[in-house]
Design a protein around this ligand. Structure first.
Ligand code: AMP
Ligand code: GLY
Length: 424
């Protein structure tokens, strides 16, 4: 089979790495890819958002299966477009991807199907939103309705902060049209975890659990990022909680989407807040998580390609999905200044030494090649991922690799996985 992976981050490198292990696969393309992906796939310079360009490429090259990494092409309808041309593509169609593309739709769905989540209200008018904020008090959460590259959520500690978030989103249009509507949501505290499932619209097969680390600094300090590290499994999700999440959240959501005439095929990813053993949904994503995919796929023992095909064809009940018992940990190495302004083009050293370590994969995110050298090309640069017999051993192995790699200004958290240790 010829496969096309859409995207160019750490998640896509992990997907390409896993897909390359399938004996069903003869050739892999990745658009646009990165320097690490280039060692396993043919990178093609088409942006992940250029649906016409991707469609043209897939038709021209007779691609047998396209796997979409990021959310934007999904919510823009890439699956619908490819399907019209009878091209096989993995992911939800436009109507189903709205679960991530519109927070208002997602909240209304959860309310209708009694999926546990925080109270909320939605507004098209900033004055009404501000009045609601003053009536409810802080802390309170302000969210742009549409996609905002992970930046459209403001967890406000004071009403003034929430008010200013409303103005930034609705009046200054910081996220463009994504902020025409806003959601104001009850602040939920607790511990976050990520729960991802494969689904063909009927059958729901859970992946192993994971936990992201969103804030930039150790101890969850500083601004939120795309994710600074992840590990799997997340011991905050006990066996009992796992069953509850499947029965009260994942299965009813997939059923609810079908009942709405938006049959959901692909990955459904719930961002959860867990407090005193009770899970509540912060958001749904219509895709694999980044960086959660890196440790999760390192634990997937089965061939991923038949699983992806079964989600598309509706035969997921027959798919084989088995997992490695050993935990895995991913530490993201980022450019200095990220998630604010950062420089690009720094030469990365130590990649060859890290590659020698066993049970370690260095997944690339923002990297590119320049005169034969690998240089930084984004905020999140690498996702160093290790697997070992226990979480502490996987953490040690991971940081052993991290310490071999460097570039001017590199930053990473030194406490990835620590929350798990408290629960072991
Ligand atoms: P979201 O994109 O909706 O997952 O939000 C991004 C991040 O903001 C989450 O991972 C949480 O850390 C935080 N967040 C979102 N909604 C809430 C909420 N209702 N209460 C507390 N924190 C939240
Ligand atoms: N790890 C957060 C996300 O993929 O949205």
């Amino acid at each position: 089979m010829k496969i096309l992976v859409v995207g160019g981050g750490g998640r896509e490198h992990a997907l390409v790495w896993k897909i390359a292990q399938s004996n069903k696969v003869s050739q892999i393309f990745c658009a646009p890819g990165n320097a690490g992906i280039a060692s396993m796939a043919t990178c093609v310079p088409i942006d992940a958002g250029d649906i016409d360009g991707l469609l043209h490429f897939a038709l021209e090259n007779e691609i047998d299966l396209t796997v979409v990494g990021p959310e934007d092409p999904l919510t823009a309808g890439i699956v619908d477009r490819f399907s019209e041309h009878e091209l096989k593509i993995f992911g939800p169609n436009k109507a189903a991807a709205e679960i991530e593309g519109s927070k208002k739709f997602c909240k209304e769905l959860m309310k209708k199907y009694k999926i546990p989540t925080g109270d909320y209200a939605s507004f098209d008018n900033p004055d009404d939103a501000v009045e609601y904020i003053y009536n409810h008090g802080a802390p309170i959460v302000v969210k742009a309705n549409g996609l905002a590259a992970g930046k459209g959520v403001i967890v406000a500690r004071t009403v003034e902060e929430a008010e200013s978030a409303v103005y930034t989103i609705m009046k200054k249009k910081a996220f463009g049209e994504a902020g025409d509507t806003i959601i104001i949501e009850e602040f939920l505290d607790g511990e976050e975890a990520s729960f991802l499932v494969f689904t063909d619209g009927d059958i729901v097969i859970p992946m192993v659990t994971s936990q992201d680390h969103k804030p930039i600094f150790d101890g969850d300090q500083g601004p939120n990022t795309g994710g600074m590290g992840a590990y799997s499994p997340a011991p905050v999700i006990t066996d009992g909680l796992f069953r509850r999440i499947m029965n009260d959240i994942m299965i009813p959501t997939v059923k609810g989407m079908s009942a709405e005439g938006r049959k959901y095929r692909g990955i459904l990813y719930a961002g959860l807040m867990i407090k005193e053993g009770i899970p509540r949904v912060l958001e749904f994503n219509a895709r694999f998580g980044d960086p959660e995919t890196q440790p999760i796929l390192m634990r997937l023992k089965s061939d991923i390609v038949p699983i992806l095909e079964a989600c598309i064809s509706g035969h997921l009940a027959k798919a084989m999905v088995t997992w490695d018992e050993n935990p895995s940990v991913c530490v993201v190495m980022a450019s200095g200044g990220y998630p604010g302004k950062y420089e690009k083009g720094k030469i990365i050293t130590g990649l060859d030494d890290a590659a020698e370590l066993e049970q370690v994969m260095v997944f690339h995110a923002g990297t590119t090649s320049n005169n034969g050298q690998v240089v930084t090309n984004g905020g999140r640069v690498l996702g160093v991922t290790a697997i070992d017999a226990s979480i502490p051993a996987a953490i040690d192995r991971c940081y052993q690799a991290v310490k071999l790699i460097s570039w001017p200004g590199v930053q990473y958290r030194t406490d990835i996985g620590k929350k798990a240790l408290k629960r072991l």
